[in-house]
Design a protein around this ligand. Structure first.
Ligand code: C5P
Length: 314
C-alpha cells in the first residue's frame, strides 16, 4: 500500500477535456419575445478539444493558451469563470480556483469553443471542490450559462430544441470525418442572428419534423446521405457577413466533400469527408486555394466534457 504522506506533492489538479460541435442541421424560427430564437437542431460533438485544468488559487482566475489565446477575454465575462462562479453560488462554495484553458476549438467560429470551456469548467470545478452535483443539476447550471453548454456536457449526438438547450440523445452509427476551414476573424453569434432577422428568414414557424431523413442517415451510418442533408438556416446570414465563405464552401465541394455547411453561426466551414484521408485532402485543398486562414480535421461523434487521465483528485 502506498503511504500517501510520502507521495510527492505535485499540487492538486483536475484536468477536463470538452469537445467542439458541429450542427448537422440547424433550423431557426422567428425571434421570441425574450430575444432568443426557437431552434430545432442536430448536434454532433467532434474531436476538436478544449482542455481545462483546475488548480488551487486564493481567488477565481483564468489563464488561456493555444493558437488564438489572445482573442479570449480573461475578465469576468470569460465563460469558464462564469461557470465557476455559477457553481460556487449554487453550492455555497467560498473557495478560489485557477482555471487554465488550452484552446483547440476556433474562437468565435460557430463550433461552441466558449461553451465547451464552460462545460469543462463546470466538470472541473465540481470535481475540484467536491460538490458532486447530479447530471441534472449540472445541466441546469449549464443552460443558464449558454444555449450550447448543455450539449457540450452531454456530447455524442443529440437533437436540440428550445433555444438549443433541451436535448434528446440520438442514435448514430459509425465515425464521421470532417475538414474545417477556420477564419482568423470570428463572428459574434448575436450579430448573425440579427442578420438572420434582417434577411426576414424565420418568418415561418419552425419545422420540427424536418430532420427525420437526417436522423435515419445517422442511424444507418450512411455518410453520403448525411452529407446531402446537412442544413443550416443561419448560413445565408453568415455568408452575408463574410461573403468569401462562398468560395470556401465551393473549394471543399470541388474536393469531393459529401456535404458542406457553415458550422453554427459561422464563420467556420464544415466539410464532411469520405474518410480520414479524404478529410486531409479537403483540408489541403482549402489551404492551397487560400480560402481559409487555418484548417482542422476531426471526427465525430465523441463524448462530452469529462475528467481525463493525469488528474489528481484528492
Ligand atoms: O445562449 P447564448 O448566450 O450562447 O446565446 C448568445 C446569443 O445568441 C443570444 O444572446 C442571442 O442573441 C443569440 N441566440 C438566439 N437564439 C438562440 C441562441 C442564441 O437568438 N436559440
Amino acid at each position: 500500500m502506498t503511504d500517501l504522506r510520502l507521495a510527492p506533492r505535485t499540487g492538486r489538479e483536475v484536468r477536463v477535456r470538452a469537445p467542439g460541435k458541429v450542427n448537422l442541421s440547424l433550423r431557426v424560427g422567428p425571434r421570441r419575445p425574450d430575444g432568443y430564437h426557437p431552434l430545432a437542431t442536430v448536434f454532433q460533438a467532434v474531436s476538436v478539444y478544449e482542455d481545462v485544468v483546475a488548480s488551487a488559487s486564493a481567488d477565481l482566475r483564468v489563464t488561456v493558451s493555444g493558437p488564438q489565446a489572445d482573442r479570449v477575454p480573461t475578465d469576468a465575462s470569460n465563460l469558464a469563470l462564469r461557470a465557476a462562479r455559477a457553481l460556487a453560488a449554487r453550492t455555497g462554495i467560498d473557495e478560489g480556483v485557477h482555471l487554465h484553458l488550452h484552446k483547440g476549438v476556433p474562437v468565435a467560429g460557430g463550433m461552441a469553443g466558449g461553451s465547451a470551456d464552460a462545460a469543462a469548467a463546470l466538470i472541473a470545478c465540481d470535481a475540484f471542490w467536491g460538490t458532486a452535483l447530479s447530471r441534472e443539476e449540472l445541466h441546469e447550471v449549464a443552460s443558464e450559462l449558454g444555449s450550447d453548454v448543455p450539449f457540450l456536457l452531454m456530447g455524442q449526438t443529440a437533437v436540440g430544441s428550445g433555444r438549443g438547450d433541451l436535448l434528446t440523445a440520438a442514435l448514430s452509427r459509425g465515425e464521421y470525418h470532417w475538414a474545417f476551414g477556420v477564419r482568423d476573424e470570428g463572428l459574434a453569434t448575436p450579430a448573425v442572428f440579427e442578420e438572420f432577422d434582417r434577411l426576414a428568414a424565420g418568418r415561418e414557424a419552425l419545422d420540427a419534423g424536418g430532420d427525420v431523413a437526417l436522423l435515419q442517415a445517422l442511424r444507418a451510418g450512411d455518410a453520403p446521405a448525411l452529407g446531402a442533408l446537412l442544413h443550416n438556416d443561419l448560413q445565408d446570414a453568415a455568408l452575408e457577413l463574410v461573403p468569401d465563405l462562398v468560395e470556401t464552401l465551393a473549394v471543399a465541394e470541388d474536393a469531393g466533400a459529401l456535404g458542406v455547411v457553415v458550422s453554427g453561426s459561422g464563420p467556420t466551414v464544415a466539410a464532411l469527408a469520405r474518410s480520414r484521408q479524404h478529410a486531409l485532402v479537403i483540408a489541403a485543398a482549402m489551404t492551397a486555394a487560400g480560402v481559409a486562414d487555418a484548417v482542422l480535421t476531426a471526427s465525430g461523434p465523441v463524448p462530452g466534457a469529462r475528467v481525463v487521465a493525469g488528474s489528481d483528485v484528492l
